[in-house]
Write a protein that binds this ligand. Structure first.
Ligand code: PEP
Ligand code: MN
Length: 336
């Protein structure tokens, strides 16, 4: 439900509406457009009668929102969201590249890769400290030590860090050390974790589940936002289809579809989508041309020795080339 306020409404006239909504357990959010001012409501609004809201003199009219995702939806927030995370902007025309290894493996490795991707123009450093692996015998990350190494790389390069949380056991550490908390594809519907991470009120990068629909992705974002975070970045990282030539199938159409339905920034991860480093460049360019707000790319200085996802990791040299080409695609779009 959206409440449209009359022009020239004063703060003191709106306060009793917020108070009433709070008492009913509704999440209310102010939406200010160029000419209109509205209050968006999320939560169970069934207990609120339209008449009780229309009674307030400052209310012009009420609009019902059909989509089940209110906070993440465009109706609630018609303008594209722009987040400023540690000085790096994303969304609403600001493009951000998150680059780094699949996993943090050592101090030497993360510092070398961080310096290289920064030099080529990356704005965020990505790296996994806790890794979701299909096999219980595979390398599962350095854990807290990996998180500390990411912080060290951030101190040296100034790049904010994006890293995946897998368990609520480490919420405090992520709250303190991560700039963007990543929810991986396998946890996209771990609803308890989504709410707990939302409650930290930090920026979140939410990856689309392996076989999840766009609506399910937006509902997962809604969980995080209802939990308290207003900064959710959506990430398309390929979905399961019958095709086996690539690790997953990159759904490039998710970019325009998500942007039509939501105000949140959309990032594409062509590394996990394709599974092969030589397909990363064309898909990064396609994602950029499709209007993505950014990219997440796996970069390794020694892919053949990588402890995780070496086959899909590009070298710093290839990353540099991709960054140049992405820049040219962006320029071409801006001038078209
Ligand atoms: C990752 O980014 O390292 C990762 C595990 O990605 P996904 O959750 O998309 O598989
Ligand atoms: Mn990976």
């Amino acid at each position: 439900m959206i409440v449209i306020l009359k022009r020239g409404t004063q703060e003191r006239e709106v306060e009793p509406i917020y108070k009433m909504l709070e008492e009913c357990g509704i999440i209310a959010q102010e939406i200010t457009g160029e000419t209109t001012r509205m209050i968006g409501m999320a939560g169970d609004t069934s207990g609120i009668s339209e008449d009780s809201i229309l009674c307030f003199p400052c209310v012009e009219r009420i609009m019902r929102v059909q989509e089940p995702y209110k906070l993440a939806g465009r109706k609630f927030h018609p303008e594209e969201s722009v987040f400023d995370i540690g000085g790096q902007k994303i969304g609403g025309g600001h493009f951000a590249v998150m680059a780094g290894p699949c996993s943090v493996e050592s101090e030497e490795q993360i510092l070398a890769i961080a310096a290289a991707v920064k030099d080529s123009g990356a704005s965020f450093l990505r790296g996994g400290a806790f890794k979701p692996r299909t096999s219980p015998y595979a390398f599962k990350g350095l854990g807290l030590e990996g998180l500390e190494l990411l912080v060290m790389a951030k101190r040296k390069t100034g790049m904010p860090i994006v890293t995946e949380i897998m368990s609520s056991e480490y919420l405090d550490a992520f709250a303190e050390l991560a700039d963007v908390i990543q929810i991986g594809a396998r946890n996209m519907q771990n609803f308890t974790l989504l709410s707990q991470v939302g409650a930290l009120k930090k920026p979140v990068l939410l990856k689309r589940g392996l076989s999840s629909t766009i609506e399910e992705l937006l509902m997962a974002a809604e969980y995080i936002m209802a939990g308290g975070s207003s900064e959710v970045i959506l990430c398309e990282r390929g979905i399961r289809t019958f095709e086996t030539a690539t690790r997953n199938t990159l759904d490039v159409s998710a970019v325009p579809v998500l942007k039509a339905k939501s105000h949140l920034p959309v990032v594409i991860d062509p590394s996990h989508a394709t599974g092969y480093w030589y397909y990363v460049e064309p898909m990064a360019l396609a994602a950029t041309a499709a209007g993505a707000d950014g990219l997440m790319l796996e970069v390794h200085n020694n892919p053949e020795l990588a402890l995780c996802d070496g086959a899909q990791s590009v070298t710093p040299q290839v990353f540099h080339r991709i960054m140049n080409k992405v820049g040219r695609v962006r320029e071409a779009i801006a001038s078209s």
